[in-house]
Design a binder for this molecule. Structure first.
Ligand code: SF4
Length: 63
């Protein structure tokens, strides 16, 4: 699984970071940072999927 993030849509709520802190982070400005490039490691897939589902503005999707 890969993650596609719509940075224009992201409002920096951080719910994705709560769900999958090894996949998502927020920088000092509150902008989303993807910590994983390309395929999400198998060990992080479940958490990454929960993060996609948790985003309140649908800025994340499985790709
Ligand atoms: S949960 Fe959605 S809006 Fe919040 S930081 Fe993550 S991608 Fe952005």
């Amino acid at each position: 699984m890969r993650i596609a993030a719509d940075l224009d849509r992201c409002e920096g709520h951080g719910l994705c970071v709560d769900q999958a802190p090894e996949v998502f982070d927020l920088d000092d400005e509150g902008d989303l940072v993807l910590l994983v490039e390309g395929e999400v490691p198998a060990a992080q897939e479940a958490a990454a999927g929960r993060a996609v589902d948790a985003c309140p503005v649908a800025a994340l999707r499985r790709a």
